[in-house]
Ligand binder design. Structure first.
Ligand code: HEC
Ligand code: HEC
Ligand code: HEC
Length: 275
């Protein structure tokens, strides 16, 4: 009725119902907007733009990854092939805390170093000299005390020029301490007592306590691995012939430097690795 004062005191329930309607409306509007712009079930009008933005953001990293992948393929590295994993208790102890790709700090060489873990145990590069013992390198296979090969990467298939396919997929080159003609493995397997103990209690340890345990596992481990030149050189620390490498393969590995590989890395990537 005209002239009558407007009613000001709505009951509380009206506000609550109104609020619920606003929420429902917003939900419907957002859902409709999503359906039109990004949803895979709708016209997805904004998806190309979203992709473009993502592409431009990630490109630096993607470029490096792609470059490395290309490079790895050209070098016929076997990590482009699916690689069987060892059962947990037979893997070297390092894998309790480190992954298959443990190198992350040095951007220029990390992919290269991580590739080498496919045919080396960590200690092959990270072993520290022990007094009174020399270090020798042998193929190590957790399932076979005396693996005889043929081992991956040691010879070329004369027909294709690629590396020869082999059955042995577990052997890796590993270091041994040699004292008075006696060999002692320099690697520790997860089943060792200390590792088993650590797995049982690690959740109960403080960061400091974990750090102390870490030191125990790093006995005879040097923080930086061997430099490239330790192996890719005529007088390699690896005796390629003894390790079963065909002589043309050995020469190719030794002479990466002649192909410009090492000098390239030395100049542009890792000046501190070469003294
Ligand atoms: C109990 C867990 C643990 C185990 C087992 C372990 N590490 Fe580590 N390691 C660590 C931690 C934690 C760091 C520090 C990582 C960081 O600072 O990014 C580290 C760092 C390193 C470093 C870099 C240098 C340093 O001291 O910071 C190397 C090299 C290394 N580990 C090699 C090995 C190798 C080889 C093995 C196997 C023999 C191994 N680790 C086993 C926990 C472990
Ligand atoms: C081909 C030799 C080689 C092998 C095999 C190797 N490393 Fe390394 N590692 C190096 C070198 C060289 C460095 C130093 C890199 C640099 O210049 O920063 C290094 C550094 C590291 C670091 C610290 C720096 C980083 O990149 O984060 C860790 C941790 C490490 N290695 C762990 C391991 C573990 C664990 C394994 C076994 C799964 C392993 N490494 C196998 C050569 C090797
Ligand atoms: C402990 C010895 C050792 C160290 C250190 C080492 N390499 Fe190697 N590298 C090898 C062996 C052995 C092979 C061949 C393995 C196989 O195919 O089975 C190899 C393979 C390669 C290949 C592939 C060659 C091919 O024809 O397949 C490249 C590239 C390479 N290494 C570069 C490097 C660089 C760069 C560094 C230093 C950051 C380095 N390596 C450090 C021993 C080593």
């Amino acid at each position: 009725m005209p002239g009558e004062p407007k009613r000001l005191e709505h009951p509380k329930s009206v506000y609550i119902i109104g609020f619920i309607f606003i929420i429902i409306t917003l939900t419907v509007v957002i859902a409709a907007a999503y359906q039109i712009t990004f949803s895979p079930h709708g016209p997805a009008v904004l998806v190309p733009i979203q992709k473009k933005i993502a592409e431009s953001r990630r490109s630096a990293i993607l470029d490096e990854v792609r470059k490395q992948e290309e490079f790895e393929k050209h070098r016929h590295f076997h990590n482009v092939v699916e690689y069987p994993q060892l059962p947990e208790n037979m893997r070297p102890v390092c894998y309790i805390c480190h992954s298959d790709s443990p190198h992350s700090k040095n951007k220029k060489v990390r992919a290269m170093l991580n590739m080498h873990t496919q045919f080396f145990v960590c200690e092959t590069c990270h072993i520290e000299k022990k007094k009174g013992a020399s270090v020798v390198y042998k193929w190590y296979n957790p399932f076979d005390e005396n693996p005889e090969g043929p081992f991956f990467g040691t010879s070329y298939d004369p027909e294709t020029g690629n590396l020869k396919e082999v059955n042995d997929q577990f052997s890796k080159i590993a270091p041994y301490f040699k004292t008075d003609g006696r060999l002692e493995s320099a690697i520790r397997i997860q089943d060792s007592d200390l590792a088993r103990d650590y797995i049982n209690v690690r959740d109960r340890l403080t960061p400091e306590q974990r750090d102390n345990v870490k030191k125990k596992f790093h006995v005879h481990i040097k923080p930086k691995g061997h430099e490239c030149k330790a192996c890719h050189i005529r007088k390699s620390i690896l005796d390629f012939k003894k390790l079963g490498f065909a002589s043309n393969r050995a020469i190719d590995i030794e002479q990466l430097n002649i192909k410009g590989m090492i000098t390239k890395y030395e100049k542009f990537y890792i000046p501190n690795l070469f003294k």
